[in-house]
Structure formats: structure tokens, C-alpha cells
Design a binder for this molecule. Sequence first.
Ligand code: UDX
Ligand code: ADP
Length: 458
Amino acid sequence: MKFRKNILCIGAGYVGGPTMAMIAYKCPQYRVTVVDINPIRIAEWNSDDLPIYEPGLGEIVKATRGKNLFFSTDIEGGIRDNDIIFVSVNTPTKTFGAGAGMAADLQYWEKTARQILQYSESTKIVIEKSTLPVKTALAMEKILNYTKNSISFDVLSNPEFLAEGSAIKDLENPDRILIGCQDTKSGLAARETLVEIYANWVPREKIITSNIWSSELSKIVSNAFLAQRISSINAISALCEKTDADIAEVSKAVGMDSRIGSKFLSASVGFGGSCFKKDILNLVYLCQHYSLHEVADYWESVVRINQYQQERFILNMLTTMFNTLAGKRICLFGFAFKANTGDTRESPAIYITKRLLEEKAEIVITDPKALKNAKADLTGMEGQVSFVEDPYKAAEGCHAIAILTEWDVYRNLDFQKIFNTMTKPASIFDGRNIIDHKRCFDIGFNVYPTGKPALTHS
Ligand code: UDX
Ligand code: ADP
């Protein structure tokens, strides 16, 4: 069968995989290929056990794989045979040299740009999907158009705003699609080609365009604003705990102001995920680069409050459990950075486990989807950690439960049954405010919510 467009995506991760599956699903007339340097990841995409857990993803991969969606390790062939190339490789925070701990590490991204140049035999549209520092597209264009032959490249910025756990819903019904391009004849034509792809299922008025730098910056700023809301409410949760105010009531009252809005105002143990911290640090680095030190400090404080919230959670455990956790068994309910995903990148659970181990506690971790990643995250960490799938079994004999992920399954557990098997006094630290605190208190637990007065049996 001859396809109307041949699309390639380099990088089969959390962004590339689901996004391409959605394009293939919505556009049977296009052939979509996803390539990755990691053969294990590609083998998983070609199996029934996909490398990422995302509600609804399995169904759309099943409906398209082998028909118009293909996963492969043949990067060279993929570049040669496709005219539209999405780049969705990882851009982690740099861990070495200038900008270490802040700037984006662009080595994977640059390697990809050079590969595209090396293997291209015809003109291509290259689309940045990965979140990248402002002006990266310019660097990409410089690398690609360095050799003056007849092959030319147009680089577009098309940041992805999907959130994990709701990726399929977000891709199917996005708030907006943003496409940035150069204001040249070929840049504008490339933009139209990409608009045409999304217009297969996204209403035209939701597809917005901008200059390429605005597009790159908008992605980082969106994440910074979202993270800022969480740090704001978490900062106030600390104040609530001192003043007998209730953060849920404050959130509700504040969020009902239509200028503020109610979303992203749930106090928690802190935000995690691969994007927020990385993107804010990137923004901070960018501001510092332009000597905007006050602006840099302002955004950096969002990350500082997030760290403070996690440390506060640990110190609360320590002080309420008689100032020693040594030898105590503590059960972590949830290890994923949020519900409905197995992803643990930057999950507060990692830091909390590390700190609890420093206090010489024994840790039992339970999570419906993230135990495999949790084991990988904790390799080499000294101390006693065990992994138990069943939350009832995990809590047996423990002195405390710390709820770190807002999985629905934890809302409706039989806490009486759990209490009966725990060491007394038994405590629950609810880092997500998802359980019925009064009921747990009545059962006999000492209950420590986030941003609400503690309920304790003195
Ligand atoms: C985020 C952005 O939402 C998305 O648009 C972007 O493309 C990628 O980064 P994601 O990291 O998948 O998505 O998750 P998100 O739902 O934003 O949650 C991030 C973290 O904030 C999680 O740890 C979550 O538990 C926490 N959070 C979220 C809160 O603590 N309180 C809230 O009210 C909302
Ligand atoms: P994201 O959350 O941004 O999708 P991931 O880390 O989940 O990030 O995925 C990025 C993917 O890109 C990984 O599977 C990684 O193996 C892949 N990758 C990195 N560099 C290259 C490259 N040069 N060519 C192909 N794939 C690459």
C-alpha cells in the first residue's frame, strides 16, 4: 500500500511512543516509524508488554502496529526513507562541566542532528518534540544546513504538552497544538505540512503557530507555571499545619476565583516527573546566561520549595515517631511520581527512601505499576528495602505507612485490616491527602495529613 506521508520519530520514549501511536491511529493514510538506539526498548514496543504503562496506549498500539505503525532500530534506513522526522530523544539535565545540574544535556540531541545530516538523501522537515532550551532549533538548523548541497532542512518546534497517565486523552483532545517555524517561504510551507497532520483530528482553532523561539520558550514556561502552582500550595500547606487551617479548604476557596482556577492546587509531598525540575533549572540557567539574576532566583525558589516539602515530610515522620526511625519498618504506598503511570523519574519517593535509609529505617515499597522502576532506582542504595505488590502484605508489621502516590487503589483499602497487622502505635503520613483521615484516626492510627491538623492519640 502506498502511504500519503512517511513519518519518522527518533526516540521511542514516553513522548515519542504515545505521540506516534496517536498519529498512526488517527491517520491510517500515513506510515509512521519509530526508531530508537535501545534495542530492548524497541523489542518491548513490538511485544505485548509495552515499555511504558499508559491507560489506553495498549489498545491503539494493537490497532496500528504492523499496519501503519512500526518500531525499529534501523535509524539510518528510517532517516533515508522518511521526509518528516520528529526528534524525541532525551534531554536530561547536564551532570558535568559548565551548567552541570542546570543546563540541558544536548549530546543525544546533537548526535541525532548529525545522524540526520549523515543519512539524508533528500530534503526533510525536522520537528523538535523534545523540550529544548530556547534557540536550540537554530543550532539544529546550523548543523543540518552546514554542508551546502542540494538537500535542505526545515526545523520546526512542536513541543508536546501531554501529561503522563493521561497521555492518550491529552493527545486525542489537546488544549492546543503549538508549532513554531522560521518566517521563510520553506519554513511556512513546512509548518503547513505539520498543521495538515494534526488537522486530521484536532480542530484548526486549537492549532496555533508562533515564531520558533516563542514555541520553545512556551513549553518551558508552561511547565514552570504548573510547578509554581504546586510549590505555592505546598508552601501554604506548611503554614496550614501551624495554624489549624485546612489546605483543602484553602485550595477550594482560592481556586473558585475564576482568575486563578482550581486545577493543580492539590498539596502533596512534592512534584516529581521528568519535566518540571529539569525545565525550571533550564529556565534558571537561561536567565542567568542573560544576567537576569532576580528572575533566575524567582524561578529557582519553585524547586527549593519542592525540596523543602519533601524534607519537611521526612522530619515530620522523624519527630512524631519519637525522634528515631532506626530499625522501624516503614511502608511506602506508591513509588511512581504520580498515579496511573509506572514512571518514577524524579519521584519524591526516591529522595524519601534515601533519607529514611539514612535514618536506618527498614523500607517496604508497594506500587501497582512502578516496582520494576523502583528496584532500578534503588540499586546500590545501602540498607534494607523490600518490594511487595500487595499493600496489605506490605504494611504487615510496619510502624508507619507513608502515602506517596495518589493511586485510587489506596483510597478504598480496608484500613481496619491493615491496622490490625501493624506494630503499635501505628501512624499514617498522607503525602497526597487521599484517605479518610477521621476514619483512620477512629480505627486507632495517628494520622498526619499534608496541610491539615494531625489527628493523634496522645
Ligand atoms: C507535566 C506537564 O503537566 C505536561 O504538560 C508536560 O508535557 C510534562 O510535564 P507530567 O510530569 O506527566 O506532566 O505530570 P503532571 O500531571 O504535570 O504532574 C507533575 C507532578 O506534580 C506529579 O508528581 C504530581 O503528583 C504533582 N502534582 C500535580 C501535585 O503535587 N499537585 C497537583 O495539584 C498536581
Ligand atoms: P521522553 O520522556 O522525553 O520521551 P525518554 O527518556 O522516555 O524521554 O525517551 C527518549 C528515548 O530516546 C530513549 O528511548 C533513548 O534510548 C532514545 N535516544 C536517545 N538518543 C538517541 C539517538 N541518538 N537515536 C535514537 N534514539 C535515541
